[in-house]
Design a protein around this ligand. Structure first.
Ligand code: V47
Ligand code: SF4
Length: 365
């Protein structure tokens, strides 16, 4: 990379040298990149790492979500989705409704079903197992990505089991992996302000560790762009990187931009697109041992997703079929993309679209 004639601070030059010699970045390095590195440079550096992992390919999959309920015992201030049982916008699907829903959305082309919802205190681990089992029975060819760590922690503790034992029971019902949700931001001080009553960092990490020890690959998320500082984002990535060093169990990292409509933190503005792109690129550079960075299009919207491809993301998630309400309820307008549109987006950014399954194996049709 020829940086002659480009005005960079000595700190940035030092970190660029580390990147170019594939040296691991420290937390201080990552904070410095956030503060001092120009955006075009972050793009070049992150693309270099992305290309070493996935060449010119950008992955997508064919999936749909099932959100069985939005009734939740927790009260996350950023959540636009959660309702009380008495609210007219609350839902809690019966097993018959879930069955019809699977029939409506499932077909031979779908490779993944993403299950997630509120933590409904009237539900049980057994019911989670029944839902997973129903999906697997009707669509035996799909991978079931079942629920977030927060949902698992609640249901497993309620059943009086250890995390491994609880996850094992759901795996026996057909669960292949879990989602990366519920991580929010690992700084407990911030957590106590934005999601005060929900299980904390140690439990989230312990649940994923248990899944990894059972041989399961999982995803991880980070909710950013609210009241956290840059140092909190880097600390979050450092905790994930440290667990990955031990277990090698994470497949993908998904940075989630805080969207500000219809929730108790709506007084906050959303962060800039520049901040989104920096966060993607620095995640790619700092978390050096996570294979994939996902630019989740239902959360970014289509335009930011296109730009994300130039900042180290190598995955845009799936066809989704307009089956998630988490982001539409928080103000994102883009709801649907068919396969052709997903592929066109990738091609227009200069990459090769590749259909993958949940475990990043190429799908040959
Ligand atoms: O945990 C809720 C976030 C997550 C808002 O594993 C919000 O492949 C921004 O985890 N603004 C759920 N974010 C979604 C999730 C996910 C999404 C896509 C792929 C995968 C995967 C996982 O959504 C929650 C929370 O962090 N969230 N409200 C909001 N207003
Ligand atoms: Fe419940 Fe999840 Fe919303 Fe928090 S983010 S209130 S845990 S549905």
């Amino acid at each position: 990379m020829d940086l002659k004639g480009i005005d960079l601070t000595s700190g940035v030059k030092r970190v660029v040298d580390k990147c170019l010699s594939w040296e691991r970045l420290s937390e201080e390095d990552a904070v410095l990149l956030y503060r001092e590195a120009p955006l075009f440079l972050l793009s070049q550096l992150a693309l270099r790492v992305k290309r070493a992992i996935s060449g010119n390919e950008i992955y997508y999959n064919k999936n749909f979500h099932i959100e069985p309920t939005n009734i939740c015992t927790y009260n996350c201030k950023f959540c636009s989705y959660r309702k009380r049982a008495s609210d007219k916008e609350a839902w809690d699907m019966s097993m018959e409704e879930i069955s019809r829903y699977i029939d409506e959305h499932g077909n031979d082309a779908v490779t993944e079903v993403h299950l997630v919802g509120g933590v409904n205190p009237s539900h049980t681990l057994e019911r989670y197992g029944q839902i997973i089992g129903m999906v697997k029975k009707k669509l035996p060819h799909v991978a079931v990505k079942g629920f977030s760590a927060i949902e698992h922690i609640y249901m497993i503790e309620k059943a009086g089991l250890g995390y491994k034992e609880g996850l094992k029971r759901l795996m026996e019902c057909g669960m292949d992996t879990i989602t990366g949700g519920g991580a929010e931001i690992f700084c407990d001080k911030i957590r106590s302000r934005i999601c005060p009553d929900k299980p904390g960092t140690d439990k989230w990490l312990a649940l994923h560790r248990a899944a990894h020890e059972l041989g399961m690959k999982t995803n991880a998320t980070m909710l950013y762009g609210h009241i956290e500082q840059i140092e909190d984002r880097v600390d979050h990535l450092a905790k994930l990187r440290a667990l990955q060093d031990e277990t090698d169990g994470f497949n993908a990292f998904i940075p989630l931009k805080y969207r500000n409509k219809n929730n108790s933190m709506s007084y906050l503005s959303e962060c800039s697109i520049i901040e989104d792109l920096k966060t993607l690129a620095i995640s790619r550079l700092f978390w050096d041992n996570v294979p994939h960075i996902k630019a989740y299009w239902p959360m970014y919207g289509k335009q930011i997703t296109e730009l994300a491809l130039l900042f180290g993301a190598d995955d845009i998630d799936g066809t989704v079929q307009d089956t998630t309400r988490i982001y539409t309820m928080a103000g994102v307008n883009d709801r649907a993309m068919d396969e052709e549109e997903l592929r066109r987006m990738v091609v227009s950014a200069g990459f090769v679209p590749v259909e993958r399954d949940t475990f990043y194996r190429k799908v040959g049709r």
